[in-house]
Design a protein around this ligand. Sequence first.
Ligand code: MF3
Ligand code: CO
Ligand code: CO
Length: 271
Amino acid sequence: MSITIKDAADIEGMRVACRLASEVLDYIAPHIQPGITTAEIDRLGAECMAQQGTISATIGYQPPGYPAYPASLCTSVNNVVCHGIPNDKPLKKGDIVNVDVTVITKDGWYGDNSRMYLIGECSIAAKRLCAITFEAMWHGILQVKPGARLGDVGHAIQKFAEGHGFSIVREFCGHGIGKNFHEEPQVLHYGRPGTLEELKPGMVFTIEPMINAGRREIKEFGNDGWTIVTKDRSLSAQWEHTVLVTPTGYEVMTLSAGSPPLPSFVQATAT
Ligand code: MF3
Ligand code: CO
Ligand code: CO
């Protein structure tokens, strides 16, 4: 399998899937308050997908060597890096949570995105980690244009995040996406400029850096086969967008009315 190039009709299908994936996060957002459980967030996500006529890509998802993923979305709290499974523990003031939603439309297109949510008042350190991770994702997105290389994307993210004293998780990466959840290429969130795959119009992939407040090492948590935590128990944050390479640059596909405002350094360069 090589990197698929999406044509105009494919891109229309992806736009719909990605907008709907973002709208699931919009739907959930006002409910994410102290006291809600991640299982309730999962239920709200499933309810929204049912209203949309989409289905969750994660429920029953079973890559080789993994058990079937049991929920409609992922909820990764505090030191959980990714793939947290919703449960009945209430979120409390000061927690940070990533909610990662991937939907499949009736036409078979996948849209994948995630955001961080702060539960009540959070520490300055937690707020800073979430903000820097959001900006790191956008520094990666800004590299996307025909002729640029995936190493440019990874490098931009790494330089920014490490420049703020944080570390980049290496074991998980962004991915091509389309009529499959995970396609080529792998999109590393670290790297060297001018290396790896050259970007071409019609490529679609996710950029989804996982950034730790402490060291970059991770480990599996418990025995559910999915949950990944930081080895040093430090906080971890992640944001994710699905991005199209256009003839002149990029189109962020997973945007909707509730998406957070773009960082000022992006607005300054937007055409
Ligand atoms: N949505 C995640 C990603 O960004 C994948 C989650 S797989 C799951 O690629 F099974 F854990 F849900
Ligand atoms: Co993804
Ligand atoms: Co995702």
